[in-house]
Write a protein that binds this ligand. Structure first.
Ligand code: SAM
Ligand code: SF4
Length: 332
């Protein structure tokens, strides 16, 4: 198997690609999107074939893990076929997908058959009304049915993602842990990041730190620090009362996880983003379209782009938008 050849200026090995397959979504989560969003016209986004070619080049360059995301990846038509092709790339160890769960009722089994092996599913509330308020359009029962369909389809190590907001869902933290424990799912609590200009709430006022989440959980559960790491931004804890599950904390504000960063992101416009919190990027769509049928040129552009990867992000805790991209454009 080829050794990874993707390395940045700081000798960090890059072997994880997050590939956004659409900017569209059936939800409008208040921390992710404005209520009124304009989405990209079709010509501007990568075709399924182009997405596949990018994945193929990254895997040829040593990428071992690909996560499909968006927007909501499961609203892109042809997604199951794309998964099947990417999962079959020799050298790829894991094809994962992050979803809001709304389409899993019908797609969990086909995705598993296509070779997707891990799912992250977003779940911010167990109260149907609050769930609707936070997602603006989502149906809680449909998402819970989706989570159960994923379990029934054979997915293991599924992780729930929950963005915690002060005064909105912070009082549900322990109920969400109980829900995860009941189904033996991991759960990560995320601090809201300043991506995209939103007006629905003040991010500063809604900030609820990972430390505060941990204290809240400690009121009901015995948390045991864990040394496990996935090289990613999550720091994990175990719970004595539910030993099968892990609790993760993604804390872009209170914990800088850049030193071990092994990932890059591709927007559905074909822009390779070298860092979640910075604008450094390379236009792979231009390379693809100017050099059809020449994977070598694309690979060279990817290798060159690694030189642009900055050392770190620096999110500040104020309401000024530091990065204009919305999370649905970034590929969370
Ligand atoms: N639609 C899918 C979903 O919701 O899981 C995948 C894309 S979504 C952008 C990926 C993750 O980013 C979700 O878990 C979501 O909660 C999180 N997210 C979106 N906007 C965020 C923000 N401003 N700060 C922190 N997390 C955010
Ligand atoms: Fe859609 Fe995911 Fe953004 Fe929510 S977080 S609006 S589900 S892309």
């Amino acid at each position: 198997m080829a050794e990874s050849v993707l390395m940045d200026r700081f000798a960090r090995k890059v072997d994880y690609l997050r590939l956004s397959v659409t900017d569209r979504c059936d939800f409008r989560c208040v921390y992710c999107m404005a209520e009124d969003m304009t989405f990209l016209p079709r010509q501007q986004i990568l075709s399924l074939e182009e997405l596949y070619q990018v994945a193929e080049s990254f895997v040829a360059l040593g990428t071992r893990k690909i996560r499909l995301t968006g927007g909501e990846p499961l609203v892109r038509s042809g997604i199951v076929g794309l998964c099947e092709r990417i999962a079959a790339l020799p050298g790829l160890r894991e094809l994962c997908l992050t979803t809001n769960g709304s389409q899993l009722g019908k797609l969990a089994a086909p995705l598993y058959q296509a070779g997707v092996r891990r799912l992250n599913i977003s779940l911010d509330s167990l109260d149907p009304q609050r769930f609707r308020e936070l997602t603006r359009t989502g149906d809680l029962q449909q998402v819970i049915a989706g989570i159960d369909a994923a379990i029934a389809a054979g997915f293991t190590h599924t992780k729930l993602n929950c963005v915690v907001m002060q005064g909105r869902n912070d009082h549900e933290i322990n109920d969400l842990v109980a829900f995860a424990a009941e189904r033996q799912l991991d759960i990560s609590f995320i601090e809201e990041m300043p991506l995209g200009a939103i007006s629905e709430h003040s991010r500063k006022e809604a900030f609820f730190s990972s430390e505060a989440v941990r204290q809240r959980i400690a009121e009901r559960y015995t948390l045991l620090p864990s040394t496990e790491s996935t090289q990613g931004p999550s720091r994990y804890w175990r719970v004595a009362e539910a030993p099968a599950i892990r609790i993760g904390f993604i804390s872009p504000h209170s914990h800088n996880f850049c030193a071990t960063c092994n990932r890059v992101r591709l927007t559905v416009e074909g822009r390779l983003l070298l860092c979640l919190g910075n604008e450094h990027s390379a236009d792979l769509k231009a390379v693809l379209r100017a050099n059809p049928g020449q994977p070598q040129v694309l690979r060279e552009a990817i290798v060159q782009a690694m030189q642009l990867k900055p050392w770190s992000h620096d999110f500040r805790l104020d309401d000024e938008v530091q990065v204009v991209r919305f999370m649905n454009m970034t590929g969370g």
